[in-house]
Design a protein around this ligand. Structure first.
Ligand SMILES: [Zn+2]
Ligand SMILES: [Zn+2]
Length: 248
């Protein structure tokens, strides 16, 4: 998860005591929100400033103790920490609803950018998983409109969350597992280090651009072979040097 801490987005200190109010019990789940205003997309460098602006609105116009949401997810998939995991949010409509579920806001509007990006859905999925694992929160998922009269979080996000908030195909985490990567790496090294497997030259001085030339051999594979050849030569030299030094 690409978490942006409060310090990283330059949050103002929250007001006490209300901003420090903890949840009274584990959360049932996560409610999603959108901005409900016009929103235009922007480069990620400007997202922190935008989150600061939302916090200012909530604190100065709404009179809240902090930004209302638990987390805010920008169109680039970064998860900005709002009230976080332990402090009760103020975005779900009333104290009972705020205490019941986390509030995760996706930065999309009711006009302008109204559909979340795949990166953003991936980030929202990260935030949901984070709330469940670290909150703790149960598996319930929904929107601000559940149990409260509002159109938030807009139809596209509401449909997505009610479908179980699936991670978009283009943002599959762990498409190749760590374990599989380790096995592949072992296989590669095994092949590269197997005896007499190297016929690549030691340097690229006779490389030819012409595919018909016998010296057109610099593929990723031959480069890797060459690298290993050089590393082995260094290793051999070091071993020889060490042997010399340890001689009485
Ligand atoms: Zn909302
Ligand atoms: Zn961003």
């Amino acid at each position: 998860m690409k978490l942006v801490s409060r310090a990283q987005w330059g949050a103002r200190a929250y007001r006490k005591p209300n901003g420090a109010t903890p949840y009274s019990r584990p959360r049932r789940g996560v409610k999603l929100h959108y901005l409900g205003t016009a929103y235009t997309d922007r480069p990620h460098e400007q997202c922190a400033a935008y989150v600061r602006q939302i916090q200012a609105q909530h604190m100065d116009s709404n009179g809240w103790s902090d930004v209302g949401y638990s987390f805010l997810v920008c169109t680039h998939g970064y998860v900005h920490e709002g009230r976080g995991l332990k402090r009760r949010n103020s975005a779900n409509g009333n104290t009972t609803l705020n205490d019941q579920d986390y509030a995760v806001c996706l930065l999309v509007g009711s006009t302008g950018v109204t559909k979340p990006t795949d990166a953003q859905l991936g980030g929202a999925r990260d935030a949901i998983d984070y709330c469940r694992e670290e909150g703790p929160a149960g598996t319930w998922l929904g929107g601000h409109r559940d149990g409260y009269s509002t159109s938030c979080p807009g139809d596209p996000i509401y449909a997505w969350v009610k479908a179980g908030a699936p991670r978009p195909a283009s943002h599959q985490e762990d498409a190749v597992t760590e374990e599989q990567m380790d096995r592949i790496a072992d296989k590669v090294v095994e092949r590269l280090l197997s005896k007499d497997a190297f016929d690549a030259p030691a340097d690229a001085s006779d490389y030819s651009d012409d595919p018909k030339s016998p010296h057109h051999y610099w593929s990723g594979r031959t480069l890797f072979r060459d690298l290993v050849t050089k590393v082995r030569r260094i290793d051999k030299t070091l071993t020889e040097l060490n042997a010399k030094e340890s001689r009485p």
